[in-house]
Design a protein around this ligand. Structure first.
Ligand SMILES: [Zn+2]
Length: 314
């Protein structure tokens, strides 16, 4: 459908986007720490070279829409968490320098709008409880909209099964907040690439119905747990009525053609204003090349594994 075939073999990342499904550190988490990579990226970008030319068979008209992915905002920052101070600094910086829009507007933006300036969209994955205490007050104060992708089994829970996640009463409260949108993150936060078709359908259809019950409007947004998707999964999502889906592929340009696997970026605790700007404006977009290389390696690994299995059976 869209993109080159090997993009579908994206190396899977965990909830945090920092480790893959086997717990190995992901390239995208290690490289921003090497400051020289930003300079290289900036030179490459200003020279007019786009890594997307290589990772895409065709180059769909992409627009400067940066989708930021957060997970947790917590006084003990670490894997997938930034501190409340860093979060306030980051959101304040974005608010001051860019137009912030809702994810639900992105189809229209990508299809119809002539963007003169870069646009930023804020998303949160998983529904961590600390959103209520540390993130929402800042978003509300600054009038910044965001979308929360939630595994819906938490919505049914009155008391938390895990006390670090939001429960039904939190979601019901947030459903009435004008700034907050909700999208599905499956029912059980499953890796859809490892699930059979019927389970993929159940996870996507059931979670959509549960969310719609909560918010009382059609839910059309989805985030792939572990960033794991395939052509088949995208088609199942569209058949279920989803219109957009976000991945964990790194990138600051998005196109309507790739609306079922939109690219996102993330920030780290130590990112200063110049780092935030560099990430938002695409100085690290050459990560896409590394992700594509990782995807090719993953594809070879699958082929070799398949061949070994076949040999064992014969
Ligand atoms: Zn997740």
């Amino acid at each position: 459908m869209q993109g080159t075939p090997f993009v579908e073999f994206e190396v899977q990342k965990s909830i945090s986007g920092t480790k893959d499904s086997k717990g190995r550190n992901c390239i995208a988490n290690t490289l921003p720490k090497l400051r020289w990579t930003k300079t290289v990226g900036r030179v490459v970008r200003r020279a007019g070279f786009s890594p997307y030319w290589i990772v895409r068979s065709t180059s769909p008209p992409a627009k400067k829409v940066t989708i930021v992915m957060y997970h947790s905002v917590h006084p003990n920052p670490g894997r997938a968490a930034v501190s409340p101070e860093a979060f306030r600094r980051q959101i304040t910086f974005i608010k001051k320098n860019y137009a912030i829009r809702r994810l639900s507007e992105i189809d229209n933006i990508l299809l119809n709008e002539e963007l003169s300036d870069r646009t930023v969209v804020i998303t949160f994955d998983d529904g961590h409880l600390d959103f209520m205490e540390f993130a929402f007050p800042v978003l509300k104060e600054l009038g910044v909209p965001c979308m929360i992708f939630v595994p819906t089994r938490h919505i049914a829970e009155i008391n938390h099964s895990q006390e670090t996640m939001m429960n039904g009463s939190h979601f019901r409260y947030l459903a009435h907040q004008e700034l907050i949108g909700f999208g599905s993150h499956t029912v059980d936060h499953v890796n859809l690439r490892q699930a059979p078709r019927r389970e993929i359908e159940r996870q996507t259809i059931e979670s959509k119905m549960q969310l719609e019950d909560l918010v009382q409007y059609p839910v059309k947004d989805f985030a792939y747990p572990y960033g794991a998707y395939s052509l088949e999964i995208k088609e199942i999502l569209q058949a279920a009525g989803y219109e957009r889906a976000v991945s964990t592929r790194w990138g600051t340009l998005n196109s309507y053609q790739e609306r079922m696997a939109l690219r996102r970026i993330f920030f780290e605790e130590t990112d200063q204003d110049s780092d935030l700007r560099a990430k938002i404006e695409g100085d690290y977009d050459w990560f896409a090349l590394l992700e594509a290389a990782g995807s090719i390696l993953e594809m070879f690994r699958m082929i070799i594994r398949g061949a070994a299995n076949l040999q064992r059976q014969t």
